[in-house]
Design a binder for this molecule. Structure first.
Ligand SMILES: Nc1ncnc2c1ncn2[C@@H]1O[C@H](COP(=O)(O)OP(=O)(O)O)[C@@H](O)[C@H]1O
Ligand SMILES: [Mg+2]
Length: 225
């Protein structure tokens, strides 16, 4: 198992109210497996992904990554783990505006003092078909191109897990389809696991398993029909 989440709880305070977003959520992901997560807006999908990659912390429960419990790791250790082993792709790309495409992709390598960072970053840009834009800044790229750069950044360290939060959500249909095709190609025939948050049923059905986030826990699709 590459990821195991056990009894995850996360609540947020909004003014006077406390919203319990995740209420004892369990998830087990095998190496190389692809999982789609569906759920209404506000059901906690992004919250879950940010816990799985250690950007946010659970109030309760445990997350194991390749057997190691990450819940209590220091900020530095989690950042290191994330940059080495977990690729993350967001709807809004989250590129750094004052860095070129190439420099954005080199970042995770530089954090880890990986050698030949530039060559490896160019290699990753080639894999997503955008190496000819290496010196461009995000503001000079289209949405689809930005997402390709973000995908290159997410895979440059050859992670074990790719977490994608509605990666085609801010792209037009054709560009979104291309980007999704690219993501599926990248994980196919590798032992990289994919956790894909999407609203798109068709995309979800391309994954090995579909889970629905509802009332703070995950359910198999079969039990929901
Ligand atoms: N940092 C935060 N502070 C307060 N409330 C939050 C925060 N992040 C998310 N929420 C709330 O948690 C709920 C789940 O949000 P989110 O995980 O973004 O849902 P989804 O991605 O499924 O649309 C929403 O009600 C949202 O308003
Ligand atoms: Mg979301």
């Amino acid at each position: 198992m590459i990821i195991e989440a056990v009894g995850i709880e996360r609540k947020y305070k909004q003014g006077q109210n406390i919203i319990e977003v995740l209420r004892g959520l369990d998830l087990a992901v095998e190496r190389g497996e692809s999982i789609a997560i569906l759920g209404k807006s506000g059901s906690g999908k992004s919250t879950l992904l940010s816990l799985l990659c250690g950007i946010d912390r659970a109030d309760f429960g445990q997350i194991f990554y390749d057997g190691t419990e990450i819940t209590h790791l220091s900020e530095n250790k989690i950042t290191e783990l994330r940059s080495k082993k977990i690729g993350v792709i967001f709807q809004q790309f989250h590129l750094i505006e004052h860095l070129s495409a190439l420099e954005n992709v080199m970042l995770p390598l530089e954090i880890n003092n990986v050698e030949a960072a530039e060559e490896k970053a160019i290699e990753a840009l080639k894999k997503v078909g955008i190496d000819q834009r290496a010196s461009h800044f995000p503001s000079e790229l289209s949405g689809g191109e930005k997402q390709r750069v973000a995908i290159a950044r997410s895979i440059v360290n050859t992670p074990n897990v790719l977490l994608a939060d509605e990666p085609s959500g801010s792209l037009d249909e054709k560009t979104g389809d291309e980007v999704m095709g690219l993501i599926f190609d990248l994980v196919k025939n590798t032992d990289m696991a994919l956790i894909l948050v999407t609203h798109n049923q068709e995309l979800a059905h391309k994954c090995d398993r579909i889970l629905i986030l509802e009332n703070g826990t995950l359910h198999d699709l079969e039990n929901n029909s």
